[in-house]
Ligand binder design. Sequence first.
Ligand SMILES: Nc1ncnc2c1ncn2[C@@H]1O[C@H](COP(=O)(O)OP(=O)(O)O)[C@@H](O)[C@H]1O
Ligand SMILES: [Mg+2]
Length: 148
Amino acid sequence: MDMIISNSAAETESHGFHYAEGLGKGAVIGLSGDLGAGKTCWVRGLARGLGVASRVYSPTFALLHEYEGGRLPLFHLDLYRLEGIDEIYGAGLEGYLLGSQGVTVVEWIERWEAFPPVELPKYRKIHIEILDEFKRKIIVGAGRDGQF
Ligand SMILES: Nc1ncnc2c1ncn2[C@@H]1O[C@H](COP(=O)(O)OP(=O)(O)O)[C@@H](O)[C@H]1O
Ligand SMILES: [Mg+2]
């Protein structure tokens, strides 16, 4: 487990940017942390790191945004509005959570963790904790055993 302190939105974005380097096809990243922690901000950096040129918006209402044009396609999910596993399946999102032809990044992975399906997918876990207005603790690999 790795932990860093971010002192600004730019630093959190930069962490995501560098994290993109090690990712290959099929990688799934689960982000947790309160509203406003900086999950979308981190994904912005990740997208840039993959070479995605378009702007990244929060998919809270669309549930899924797909970004092409980078080294790998990026699938950006947000489970915030989904109440449970039935709704995740109902929205047809479970396939992305199990991997894709690109990189999948999921905000509010807590929603999936709260209702684990029989077969848990393997994903890399990143937790962002709000310390104060600008300070965040980014914990890499904060998942349950084996979920990296
Ligand atoms: N160190 C930091 N890292 C990330 N965001 C920060 C930081 N400090 C302040 N912020 C602000 O917090 C907000 C994070 O928003 P967002 O990334 O949409 O959060 P989430 O997706 O977790 O709800 C932004 O307004 C951003 O400018
Ligand atoms: Mg968000």
